[in-house]
Design a protein around this ligand. Sequence first.
Ligand code: PGA
Length: 251
Amino acid sequence: MRKPFMAGNWKLCKNAEETRAFFEEFKPLVADVEDVDIALAPTYTSLHAAADALRGTTIALAAQNIFWEAEGAYTGEIAPGMLCEVGCRYVIIGHSERRQYFSETDETVNRRLKAALGAGLDPIFCVGERIEQRRAGETMAVVEEQIRLGLEGIGAEVPPRIVIAYEPVWAIGTGETATPAQAQEVHRFIRERIASLWGDDAAGATRIQYGGSVKPENVDELMAEPDVDGALVGGASLKAASFARIVKFKK
Ligand code: PGA
């Protein structure tokens, strides 16, 4: 019922030339994939090169962030309409690196989510606890608050346009992955929270990705969990063969 969704987050990696080279290798590897949605999020300056490379394919383009104003005196920011113009379908919002290094809060995440939806972009909304919060038994409370504040004032849509990415901060870029059972426990909790906000139909149709050291070696067991609907992949999305293997996870 929920189509699996694999998204690659390239963070601050790959210039335009490297982006073109990646897609030359990646496109033939996934040309036969129809039952999984695929998106890649390059840096802003590589979006054009990626859009050119992806023309005529079903691979979608994503941005890594968005600002909420359409234009004005906001040095260094990129407006929602600009992401649409370059061909983005998705935008990652509230990634833990944005929260940690760039002072993003649940309130600014909420503004970005609204701006993305208003512009016709589908958000990939990231939530997840830090290691000390997990050790203190606060995982569910942290995730619940991020969801409640992040989605404040945003109503249900069926089919839902917001994808939620559960990314435990301690598993990002560390090689340490949540076990499938740990991921499933939080994913089920997130779906319950969405059900209480938006109702069962929207919750049942909302895709929840897992993120944090997903790689070819662990994707199959993560995807076997009933509430894991895809992955948001950092490091392992930088190599065409490895991301293609993740897209082609074994069912
Ligand atoms: P990782 O990053 O796969 O390199 O752990 C995931 C993410 O930050 O989205």
